[in-house]
Write a protein that binds this ligand. Sequence first.
Ligand code: ADP
Length: 720
Amino acid sequence: MTANEILKKYFGYDNFRTGQAEIINHILEREDCLGIMPTGAGKSICYQIPAMIFDGVTIVISPLISLMKDQVDSLNQVGIPATYINSSLAENEYLQTIQNIYHGMYKIIYVAPERFFSDTFIGMLNFLNVSMVAIDEAHCVSQWGHDFRPSYCEISKVISSLNKRPIIVSFTATATQVVKDDIIKLLDLRNPFVLTTGFDRENLYFSVQTPESKKEFLLNFLEEHKNMSGIIYCSTRKTVDEVYERLCNYGYKVSKYHAGMSEKNRSFSQDDFVYDRTEIMVATNAFGMGIDKSNVRYVIHYNMPSDLESYYQEAGRSGRDGDKAECVLLFSRADIVTNKFLIEHSSENNHTNEYQKLNDIVDYCNTSKCLRSYILEYFGETPNFNNCKFCSNCDSEIEITDITTDSKKILSCIKRMNERFGAGLVADVLKGSKSTKVKSFGFDSLSTYGIMSEYSKDTIRDLISFLVAEGYIKSIGDKYPILTLDVKANNVLFSDTQVVIKKKIERILRPEKNSKDDFESLPFDDKLFEILRELRIEVAKENNVPPFIIFADVSLKQMSTYYPIDMDSMLKISGVGSFKLEKYGDVFIETIRNYVQEHDITKVPVLEKTSINSEVTPKVDTKQVSYELYTKDGKSIKEISEIRGLTERTIEGHLLDCYENGMDIDLVKEVNTKFENDIYNAINMCSSGRLREIKDMLPEEVSYFDIKYYLIKIDRKIDN
Ligand code: ADP
């Protein structure tokens, strides 16, 4: 099967997303790769598809136990044989898994790095035909990344100790040059193909709001976003508890999560949210690592976080399915105070960096520029737009206020105070405060003293913050920053450059744009969508997986737009591959059919199959080639191995796989039948079922091939 066919058949998608086809092509050329792509870009498919095409198995090293389970559940749901090994497995599950691995039951095996180093595991790797090792969250190898894990540094040692070096591919969302260099060096990537896609998340709507009352804003927002999954991040446990209580009182289905809760309660709470039993998660930043829930439709930051890195990461937990989602930051001056307090009480010795980062995020909150381009520039990109039309600064109705005169007053006051004081004192002087501090410096005799007395001190400070964000004033220093004039100040003071504030007219957000990738901007039928969501919860419960693994929101929305009532039209829905169609098609089709009849819906839009815009070079099905050489051309295993330049072990693996898949192939002549009974006895007696142990019970002459052959033969008998 080709990569494009696998994309459609298993994952149900017609097109590759940016970068996917390119990286898959390089992996199929057997090159080491490093893919740097933002969260939600679809990194997993980049190694999962080649894993299906390559012979043997792919090992995926992933640091997060919870993610492994989700990934494996998702793969099994689309019919790809995968499993995982980590500390969450009970002894018997672990043994069963190992046994299954030896039986060649999986194409993809996820493993925690710690497990990867054990002797048993290395022994197993040498036994298996490992074609590729994929390293997820590869930045964990670097001390400069934010999640350094020493165990990651051992990975390349283990790989180099293997009998045969597999291809190594690695993925991360962290793009700094040091981290990139570390990954290549420490994972020992050989002449890797490096792909960096942009950091933009097109389907996320960014918004900064400074409401008079955050409480009221939140309630209005939730009223407008009923029945959607969302996360509300708060900076302290206390705020989490308060917001949680309030929302419960208003009748919302809410979970909460913070480090003050017991591990058990946190885990219940997280499950409730992931399984859609609750809709809203109120949490501190302790929540989210390892959460792969794809249908999070909004992330609200009830308080400003400490830096843009954390903000983008947390906000980025929305809209992983590619459908539109909203990221709202509620800003207030008090958030700056809280963050300064946190910095002062943090364990870091040097706070300069932390204060700089805090300033940067405050600037983000104050800027009237496009928020998306602000973020992208912060991360070192040069966006090719000034106005993204999909953030609160670009699409709000804007009220323009000329503040040139006020700016001049502020700038000249700073100058007259010799650029040596902070925003608080400058605001005091402009306000005309009678404080002893103002008097003791003699600032009450400055010409700028009291020239803004008509404003509140907070308003003056807001204006100062704005001038800082826009590059008129520089704020220097850590704990008590002082204000100095920045480059643009002279233009205002000495030539008549206008300064304007573009103030957003506050409104409840309803972004209209949909992601380009997956969902056209057709309106969908809300009622049907709700019915399908309920159905999805039911089906998920029966299958014991989170609902988003059954179908993503985008898929349900497409169903609620195109009303597919037969298999053919259902297969055209994004995210519906043939395996899921077979498993869930009937029940979803029946529900939609009933709905269509009840509501007398006769005219429905037609979903055209989109053209494939990115192609992956077709590859031959390698097992099929060995199979045909063996059965049709009558070649021996040795001959096939010579013709194909592959080891005899690999060819044996191909043929055994074909036999296991029920294909017409007679392998008995390859087997040492003399020991048939002994092999059966050993299989019966070996409680662990491990190939190795079975082999140890038998005479030397019995090969692994013999044992595997009889194991499959038993399974085939049971199946028949
Ligand atoms: P990442 O690891 O980069 O954060 P994932 O691999 O988890 O992202 O993918 C995010 C979501 O995007 C998943 O729901 C996945 O099924 C979906 N996805 C991946 N590739 C495509 C594609 N080509 N078309 C549509 N959806 C896709």
